[in-house]
Design a protein around this ligand. Structure first.
Ligand code: UDP
Ligand code: MG
Length: 355
């Protein structure tokens, strides 16, 4: 039984899928998604967020949405990145439960049934923990493992290890998340931050169905830096610890220099060691200025209060759904006929009311 939700009234389940150049995957995604959704026997909507794809992803999705009223599309005006795409989807999802899922079928849609079951038991967040990562390169697996453990350690927030963005969230959690409008987003950390009753389901992470990863090393490093800096000031503290430590070393060196000057005869004063010390200290300072710069840069980004994303076009999204996402919003609507900008009411509470 296939029951896409028809308005009025909210669907029981929303699925949010960020899509960036996923053309070869979309037909299979559609097939597996539909099979799963119809087996659940819930009313549903699927929200695809096209994150500025340059291939035919959006056309394919639009064609599917013409047939399937439960498919909704938000097309962003350019590539804003995975985390922002998820945010845009969450802002528009109106289900009692909302599932975030990758487009490439690495997060198997079939696991959603299990998540829904746990949610019905009374959990507000059900996150997917990866048991195995099939068909991913050793490098990808190693760097991911390091990333999860490092962020957890340094960020001091209890982010579950080996957990991506594949998760189910109750509406209460989604509404709370909508109140967090920071620019550098690390969604899985934000979900932990809002709290509520959380539990895990384990699943096997398959290889990508088709296409290639949209997370090259550079993006992964940025993502890790965002994850750490958005939840912690530990790197700032490290700079002061290092400052103290290098101060102690400098004192010892000074003592040694004085000792040689007064008690050792015929010593050529240590030009080499001096050079080493100076360059080491300079390097240390540069590094720490860099750390400071990361934070100062972030303060700058946040202070600007720019909208998080700009929407170019939407399909099958009723007006009411859009209004529901507008409280506390920081997104711009670039569709004709919508005059309101995003920045207004940036401090509004995440409420359930329509604007
Ligand atoms: N994605 C996105 N915007 C981006 C990069 C990725 O919306 O800038 C989407 C992508 O289409 C996929 C999900 O985010 O649905 C995860 O990306 P990917 O599978 O490339 O990451 P990986 O699984 O390799 O970490
Ligand atoms: Mg993937």
């Amino acid at each position: 039984m296939n029951r896409p939700s028809d308005e009025p009234g909210r669907p029981e389940l929303s699925i949010v899928v960020p899509v960036y150049n996923e053309e070869p995957v979309i037909a299979e995604l559609d097939k597996r998604l539909r099979a799963t959704l119809s087996s659940l026997g819930m009313t549903w909507e699927a929200i695809f967020v096209d994150d500025g794809s340059t291939d035919r992803s959006l056309q394919l999705l639009t064609a599917l949405a013409a047939e399937e009223r439960g498919y909704r599309i938000i097309a962003l005006s350019r590539n804003f990145g995975h985390q922002i795409a998820i945010t845009a989807g969450l802002d528009h999802a109106s289900g009692d439960a909302v599932v975030v899922m990758d487009a490439d079928l690495q997060d198997p849609p079939e696991v959603v049934a299990e998540m829904v079951a746990r949610w019905r038991e009374g959990f507000d967040v059900v996150y997917g923990v990866r048991l195995a990562r099939e068909a991913e390169t050793i490098f990808k697996r190693a760097s991911a493992a390091l990333f999860y453990r490092l962020t957890r350690r340094v960020a001091g927030i209890d982010i579950p290890v080996d957990t991506g963005d594949f998760r189910l969230m109750g509406r209460n959690v989604v509404l709370a998340l909508r109140g967090l409008r920071e620019t550098h987003r690390f969604v899985r950390g934000l979900v932990v931050w809002v709290g509520f009753k959380q539990t895990a389901v384990r699943y096997k992470r398959e290889g990508r169905y088709a296409g290639s990863t949209k997370y090259p090393l550079t993006k992964m490093v940025r993502f890790a830096v965002d994850g750490i800096t958005s939840f912690s000031v530990v790197p700032l503290r490290v700079s002061s610890y290092l400052g103290v430590a290098s101060g102690v070393v400098a004192l010892a060196l000074a003592g040694w220099a004085l000792y040689t000057k007064f008690y050792v005869r015929g010593v050529v004063q240590g030009w080499t060691s001096m050079l080493i010390v100076i360059s080491l200290v300079a390097a240390l300072q540069f590094f720490m200025i860099g750390v400071l710069g990361e934070y100062v840069g972030r303060i700058y980004e946040e202070v600007k209060r720019r909208p998080l994303y700009v929407i170019r076009e939407r399909t099958n999204l009723p007006q009411g759904v859009r209004d529901a996402s507008r409280q506390g919003d920081r997104h711009l609507e670039a569709t004709p006929g919508s005059a309101q900008g995003g920045a207004a009411g940036a401090n509004a509470q995440a409420g359930d009311q329509l604007a």
